[in-house]
Design a binder for this molecule. Structure first.
Ligand code: NAG
Ligand code: NAG
Ligand code: NAG
Ligand code: NAG
Ligand code: NAG
Length: 712
């Protein structure tokens, strides 16, 4: 039954509107959709602006009739206050065909600089709510005749003056409205409608009101500050902050050319991602920084069209090269300043900002230091939405009070803790905060770079460092810096103790930046293993679970090969004399590459929790840890042996069938073999007694495993 009604309703709607409506549209508006709505517009030429208007109308399924196409334009220059009479003539003549349509609602709008931000349902609903037969758009400015101001009804709230660029009403009322038109094509339509509105008798009989609070019409002339972009699902919508409304018809009248909603492209932005504001991202790698590959991965994952992003990167390190090579082309532009340019920090920051300042298409400058771990992929959109000249997202060190803002200043301009600092960092108080100092990551509106912050050298000031100089200069210009902690954005890496003497320095970061270490090196399904899921038992009492990412495996192998001093496996090896290792292998021990402390921390943080679950009652201690290399012509296999351990973990570091063939492990007592070890997965098995085992021969390539003896 419901389906039947639905189909009939669809049928009626389709006939009445003469267009296909979207399903959501007519489900939402049972009685409204059945009404007639027609959009009338004037376009003497099919300009790009007109085509944009038509695209937006099609997108929302408006029925549009275009008046005056290919007629010569006589209505004067649109930039002039007078003119526009031709539009009234065309409307008057078009309305003749709708005289008997009592219920027809007609929206009359211009087309070259108009866009729809929403569909007919919302438009009709808002029109109904206005409780007038005709509703005109409203403006902050009176024109063309300022002397008329005294005659305008006063309004308590909202825009007071009539704007002729858009109005909506019932056909009979509109007919009455334009009935008396006898003007020339070059007379002013604005003046004509104004004089009708200002005549109390006509206003009442035609029943005209103004859309004072921009519920339907948003004229942008003189009203840009009222408007912010609001991101919703995949769409962007303009929101009027002053009246808290979401206008349906956006009219870019007047000389509107400021950032954000300014140029015609931004109106398009209401409909599609491709025309969002353009952002120049300045990336600063000013000191040795761990986890740069993750940094660039997160940069790529930011939810923002790359064709609306320009990159400026200061200080060229190897990760920059590979990023630019692989992904540079996806961005609008990329500019890299390398060490050979010998540009210091403040100078580079000035340059990055200046690139945005000098580019008329740049809408926002976003400064991002490499130690910022920006996990929130919506950050750019969230910051734009806040509509501030200068704004930073809160980032702090993991579980520390160190952050990228100060709550207060000392009398001499240095750090002072504010009473609410801790609450803000820990997000016990949430909001948008006006603060005296920000650093590491922030967004600046290009508009501010052209006005308040137009001096080229913002990053110098006396002896202050670049960040402090910037904030000092911004404060001096009377520009407020905001910090938002309304969302979680990410954190800041600790750069202390970053050793750069290894091939893969990040491996050593398990103490300084444990969260980031985990993200880079610990298998994504380790958490499931920890919960007891995903743990397999390929042989009796032999457990098997994921532990390392591919990157962890690769870097560990490369680090070992880089060190290169593999033990020869003869009996002079001191470790074997010590009696730990029952059978000599070709190996390198973790302590030989200075990785012992870090490896033990890894075992303690990631292996011990599982061991204690699977073999309860054992307190985990560690003794030996080394990487073993098997090669057909070196050491292909290992004869049956007991390990000098209570338990052994054995992590496969490369891939069978690709990196090597053969290999695996066999437990003799059970005649049970694991022939296809998975890269990044570890075996955990008793070392002695029941689990006498052998390493099966590697027949081709090179196989690597990381072995640790537990509870010797
Ligand atoms: C859009 O704006 C640009 C410059 O802002 C201008 O050159 C172009 O003519 C405009 N296009 C339309 C269709 O209005
Ligand atoms: C309007 O056009 C008429 C003739 O077409 C001309 O005489 C008159 O000066 C024009 N008025 C304005 C305000 O341009
Ligand atoms: C329009 O008509 C409604 C009743 O239909 C009335 O409440 C309202 O005041 C009228 N508005 C004007 C401007 O005359
Ligand atoms: C993690 O487990 C899921 C579900 O079993 C699987 O689809 C995914 O590929 C696993 N991830 C990795 C890196 O193996
Ligand atoms: C061990 O298992 C293999 C097959 O997996 C079988 O061929 C072999 O005979 C078994 N050996 C013993 C001693 O049971």
């Amino acid at each position: 039954m419901e389906l039947y009604l639905y189909i009939i309703f669809h049928f009626i709607t389709t006939i009445k509107l003469g267009v296909e409506t979207t399903r959501a549209e007519y489900l939402l508006c049972f009685h409204l959709c059945a009404e007639n709505l027609l959009v009338l517009t004037v376009a003497t030429k099919q300009t790009e602006g007109f085509q944009r208007f038509r695209r937006s109308a099609q997108f929302f399924n408006y029925k549009v009739q275009v008046l005056g196409l290919d007629e010569e334009w006589q209505g004067g220059d649109d930039q002039q206050p007078a003119g526009g009479g031709q539009k009234v003539r065309l409307l008057k003549s078009a309305l003749k065909q709708y005289v008997d349509k009592e219920d027809l609602i007609i929206l009359f709008v211009e087309s070259y600089d108009v866009l729809f931000a929403s569909g007919p349902t919302e438009l009709l609903k808002k029109f109904k709510q206005a409780k007038s037969k005709v509703v005109f758009s409203a403006e902050n400015y009176i024109y063309p005749d300022r002397k008329l101001e005294a005659k305008y009804p006063r309004v308590r709230d909202g825009k007071r003056f009539l704007g002729s660029g858009g109005f909506i009403g019932y056909a009979p009322n509109l007919k009455k409205l334009v009935e008396e038109w006898k003007g020339q094509d070059n007379d002013s339509d604005q003046l004509f409608y104004t004089s009708i509105f200002l005549d109390p008798e006509k206003r009442e009989s035609i029943n005209i009101s103004l859309d004072h609070r921009s519920r339907i019409f948003q004229n942008l002339n003189g009203a840009l500050d009222e408007i912010v972009l609001k991101f919703e699902n995949s769409q962007v919508r303009a929101r009027n902050l002053l009246y808290d409304t979401l206008p349906v018809v956006i009219h870019g009248n007047g000389p509107t050319k400021v950032s954000g909603l300014s140029q015609n492209k931004s109106y398009d932005g209401i409909l599609c991602d491709e025309a969002l504001p353009m952002i120049l991202i300045g990336i600063f790698i000013e000191q040795p920084t761990p986890f740069l590959s993750q940094f660039f991965l997160r940069l790529r994952n930011l939810h923002y069209p790359k064709q609306r992003i320009q990159l400026f990167i200061h200080n060229h390190v190897s990760e920059v090269d590979s990023f630019v090579e692989e992904h540079g082309k996806e961005y609008l532009t990329v500019k890299v300043i390398g060490p050979e340019d010998e540009m210091e920090n403040a100078e580079a920051r000035n340059l990055g900002m200046d690139l945005c300042r000098k580019d008329p298409d740049c809408d926002y400058y976003f400064s991002l230091d490499a130690e910022v771990v920006l996990k929130n992929t919506e950050t750019l959109r969230i910051l734009i939405e806040q509509n501030k000249l200068v704004i930073a997202p809160l980032v702090s060190r993991h579980e520390k009070l160190w952050s990228n803002f100060w709550g207060a200043l000392s009398p001499d301009g240095y750090y002072a803790r504010s009473e609410d600092y801790v609450d803000i960092v820990q997000r016990r108080r949430i909001g948008l905060w006006n603060v005296p100092y920000i650093s590491s990551v922030y967004m600046v509106k290009a508009k501010a770079l052209h006005l308040e912050l137009d001096q080229g050298d913002l990053f110098h000031s006396g002896k202050l460092d670049a960040d402090m100089a910037f904030c000092h200069n911004v404060r001096n210009q009377g520009v407020f810096m905001y910090l938002t902690n309304r969302h979680q954005f990410g954190h800041i890496l600790s750069l202390e103790n970053y050793q750069t003497s290894h091939l893969h320095n990040d491996l050593w970061q398990i103490f300084s930046n444990p969260e980031d270490w985990r993200e880079k090196y610990i298998h994504e399904n380790y958490t499931a293993a920890l919960k007891g899921k995903l743990i397999e038992m390929p042989c009796p009492d032999v457990y098997w679970f994921p532990i390392f990412t591919d990157t962890a495996c690769d870097e560990l192998v490369e680090e070992m090969e880089h060190y290169g001093q593999w033990s020869t496996g003869d009996n002079t090896d001191s470790r074997i004399q010590g009696g730990y290792e029952n059978v000599p292998t070709i190996d390198i021990h973790m302590n030989q590459i200075g990785f012992e402390r870090e490896w033990y921390k890894f075992l303690l943080d990631y292996i011990a929790p599982i061991t204690e679950k699977l073999y309860p009652g054992y307190y985990t201690k560690f003794e030996l840890a080394f990487v073993v290399r098997y090669k057909p012509d070196e050491q292909p296999s290992l004869m049956p042996h007991h390990d000098a351990s209570t338990f052994t973990i054995n992590i496969a570091l490369n891939r069978v069938g690709i990196d090597y063939e053969g290999g695996g492990c066999r437990f003799l007592r059970y005649n049970c073999s694991i022939r296809a070890p998975r890269k990044g997965w570890t075996l955990m098995h008793p070392g002695r007694l029941t689990h006498y085992h052998e390493g099966l021969p590697t027949t081709k390539g090179t196989r690597y495993i990381a072995v640790s003896f537990l509870d010797p």
